[in-house]
Design a protein around this ligand. Structure first.
Ligand code: PEP
Ligand code: MG
Length: 311
């Protein structure tokens, strides 16, 4: 059992009524992966591959990438791992994928957009991921960051399938993607909400600027209403909807997200036991009540109060 404070968690994300919500780890290095596995993660909901190459001045070779990814996947043999393709740019610049100077890098060529100009870089990464999946025995899916439209999602799915990867998804972290979740879900196997960027773009509030941090609060009802659109689309189409932004690490918010239709939560290893224990103490009915209350609130503080009422 994994202990957080006084409550114990048995390492399976399940509500007291049996409703399943996978509790997964966010990782970016072999040390993160070991820590997440030790803390009871059922798998990995977000492997930030760009973290492996923050200091690389040249594109790593397929073999270098294969080794780096296999080292992170190793503790999760036989378990599900979502590998995110390079999310370069803005707050995570990579020297070998620097765009031309831009006035607003967060709105420029970052994430999957880098691959539209240089698809061969994406193809080499997909090849390395497929090889690392075989090396490690992990049950690997891939997903793309910073997808804005269903056409972009379809473009990525096509390349990933050609690389031999079976399960392919995209992140929902741009408001337009949340608004068109149905169309996107129609062409992918799953989606994962990146609430850090989704908040940044929804509130036009830079995630790196402390002065606007109150707008970037994941309890903002405006953000939760976008999450609901995606949760509803996932429920309708019967496809998984994860959350891998910081929102997933807040135990009470995890209940709200579950009530909104989210089927997996991925977080830093330090948050796993707390979220797992909180989920075990609640039911889907209570989560839906909490979600309804939070959605109707006028600000983050009252959203939190409304979610606490049934809990
Ligand atoms: C997010 O945007 O919420 C996310 C999970 O991705 P990152 O923090 O790496 O941008
Ligand atoms: Mg993001």
């Amino acid at each position: 059992a994994h202990v957080a404070g006084k409550v114990e968690w048995n390492g399976v994300g399940v509500l007291r009524d049996g409703h399943r919500v996978k509790v997964l780890g966010n990782v970016g290095s072999p040390a993160d992966a070991v820590a997440a596995a030790a803390a009871g993660a059922e798998g990995v909901g977000l492997f930030r591959t760009e973290f492996c190459f923050l200091s690389s001045t040249q594109e790593p070779t397929v073999e270098d990438q294969r080794a780096a990814y296999a080292a992170v996947l190793a503790p999760f043999a036989g378990k599900p791992v979502v590998v995110r393709t390079l999310d370069a740019g803005a707050d995570k610049p990579l020297a070998f994928l620097e765009p031309d100077p831009e006035p607003n890098p967060a709105l420029g060529v970052r994430g999957l957009r880098v691959a539209f100009d240089r698809p061969e870089v994406l193809d080499r990464q997909l090849e390395a991921i497929a090889l690392a999946a075989k090396d490690s025995g992990a049950d690997v899916s891939v997903m793309a960051p910073m997808v804005a439209t269903a056409a972009e999602a379809a473009w990525f799915v096509d390349r990933a399938r050609k690389a031999g990867i079976e399960r392919v998804g995209v992140m929902i972290e741009i408001p337009a993607a949340a608004l068109t979740a149905r169309e996107i879900l129609a062409v992918v196997d799953f989606v994962s909400l990146g609430t850090n960027d989704l908040a940044q773009y929804t509130f036009a509030a830079d995630r790196q600027v402390g002065a606007v941090a109150t707008l970037n609060d994941p309890w903002q009802p405006g953000l939760l209403r976008l999450v609901k659109l995606v949760g509803d689309a996932g429920t309708e189409l019967g496809k998984p909807v994860g959350v891998c932004g910081e929102a997933a690490a807040d135990p009470l918010l995890a209940c709200v997200l579950t009530g909104l239709g989210v089927t997996s939560l991925s977080m830093n290893h330090t948050a796993l036991a707390g979220v797992g224990a909180k989920l075990a103490s609640t039911s889907f009915d209570l989560c839906q009540l909490a979600a309804r209350g939070a959605l109707g609130a006028h600000d983050p503080a009252s959203a939190k109060l409304a979610a606490r009422a049934p809990h």
